[in-house]
Design a protein around this ligand. Structure first.
Ligand code: BES
Ligand code: MN
Ligand code: ZN
Length: 449
């Protein structure tokens, strides 16, 4: 992923500094840079025997991810960065460069040779590597289509990760979900050809504080009997984005050896249409004991997460984190680049907000607004899985989850998108890890030595 030594240097030039940089070039080279304005991603090659072989425009200099341009647009070879702008964290720069080199090449060769970075001396290269590996794992899992990444494929991915880190995996599958009391996971997944399951991965010293990571693993979300229209179904292979994120995050945690007892829980299902599918109006039992009337079979993520959150709470966790592609409403609120999170723990919220800024992994706290909590009350059941109003869909989904989250431990919920709709530097179009780098940073602060 990284070069040990570099043969060429790239200089980072902001828009503000572009003119002066051009003027300072030797006469023979000035013409090559004539059109350089320093806009983000702009590259000038400066052949000759000068130390600096290329410039990379960094615009206003506020987005470290501009370095993501380098991997695919600089000529192949091993590069060093000649100058790190003030305030740019060398480890984050290294991570951003590496993330820009990603292509999902499972079905078609990428056909590019990458420019590799020789990380700045001040960078923690091993940390950049484990972060980039975790992100790329999440991306690969999301990008892999549902015909190859159903509940079985997701289980295989969890087992592979566990093997790599000496973690243990246990899985409850199919009708065993009923006998072991996961009624909602079973109901959502039972119509699909691959059996629903709850995948659990455990790792680390049992004496360390137990952190639960719960990820929505809906391998394909057709909507169920309340079937989605084509345009809304098109990307639903990514509805296991929460699971992909917690597995990528687990990779970072385990390879860093954080002082954590890790408990990953992934309810893995396909929300399919079939004769056995759960229906609008059905009333489900849940592991928590609460009854849930189904208003809409497309609000399936909160159901499978509900049972998994209850299970997480049974092991005396110190912190419970869930990640899920839970609502379209989260995108209406914040769009595809900023991830909302919900928690009643103010200190945790501040830590996360700060971590999001430090890691350029944008987060925004949203309210668990008490006034809307009763919208999730049922008339013939404890709860409904959808409110009968179009307002505040991401908040009401979070409030639904809170009824299943343990009351004994802090809990935080991320309503993520899991996808880049367009190519951006370091963030190629397709499956994306979101919030995981920020969470990892927060956990490192709390649980490293
Ligand atoms: N997986 C979807 C949410 C989603 C849609 C996430 C598009 C990202 C992009 C989820 O299962 C869903 O369908 N939610 C419904 C809930 C509604 C029926 C209460 C939604 O958001 O429309
Ligand atoms: Mn759905
Ligand atoms: Zn869904």
């Amino acid at each position: 992923m990284f070069a040990k030594t570099a043969s060429s240097f790239v200089r980072l030039v902001s828009a503000q500094d572009a003119e002066a940089a051009i003027q300072a070039l030797p006469d023979a080279q000035r013409g090559l840079a004539a059109r350089f304005t320093g806009k983000p991603g702009q590259i000038v090659l400066l052949p000759g025997d000068a130390e600096v072989a290329a410039w990379l425009g960094i615009g206003s200099g506020t987005d470290v991810f501009v370095l993501g341009h380098a991997a695919k647009t600089l000529p192949a070879g091993d590069w060093s960065i000649a100058n790190l702008p003030d305030g740019w964290d060398p480890t984050l720069c290294t991570t951003a460069w590496a993330l820009g080199g990603y292509t999902f090449d499972r079905f078609k060769p990428a056909g590019i040779e990458l420019a590799r970075l020789c990380p700045p001396a001040a960078a923690d290269t091993e940390d950049a590597r484990r972060i980039a590996e975790g992100v790329m794992l999440s991306r690969d899992l999301i990008n892999t289509p549902a015909d190859r990444m159903g509940p079985e494929g997701l289980e295989a991915a969890a087992r592979k990760l566990a093997e790599r880190h000496g973690a243990t995996v246990s899985v409850v599958t199919g009708d065993d979900l009923l006998t072991q009391n996961y009624p909602m996971i079973h109901a959502v997944g039972r119509a699909a050809s691959e059996a629903p399951r709850l995948i659990e991965l455990e790792w680390g010293n049992p004496d360390h504080p137990r952190i639960a990571l719960v990820g929505k693993g809906v391998c394909f979300d057709s909507g169920g009997l309340d079937i989605k229209a084509a345009a809304y179904m098109r990307l639903m292979k990514k509805d296991m984005g929460g699971a992909a994120n917690v597995l990528g995050l687990a990779h970072m945690i385990m390879s860093a050896g954080l002082n954590i007892r890790l408990h990953v829980l992934v309810p893995a299902v396909e929300n399919a249409v079939g004769a056995g599918a759960f229906r609008p109006g059905d009333v489900l039992d849940s592991r928590q004991g609460l009854t849930v009337e189904i208003d809409n079979t497309d609000a399936e993520g909160r159901l499978v997460l509900g049972d998994a959150l209850t299970k997480a709470g049974e092991h005396d966790p110190a912190l419970v984190i869930d990640m899920a592609t839970l609502t379209g409403a989260a995108r209406v609120a914040l769009g595809p680049e900023v991830m909302p999170f919900y928690t009643d723990d103010n200190e945790l919220a501040l830590d996360l907000a700060e971590s999001g800024i430090t890691t350029a992994d944008p987060l925004w706290r949203m309210p668990l607004w008490e006034g809307y909590d009763r919208w999730m009350d049922g008339s013939i059941s404890d709860l409904v899985n959808g409110a009968d109003t179009p307002f505040a869909g991401s908040i009401t989904a979070a409030l639904f989850l809170r009824r299943f989250a343990p009351s004994s431990a802090p809990w935080v919920h991320f309503d993520i998108f899991g996808w880049n709709p367009k190519d951006r530097p370091g963030r190629p179009k397709g499956g994306e890890s979101q919030a995981s780098r920020a969470i990892y940073h927060m956990l490192k602060k709390r649980f490293l030595d």
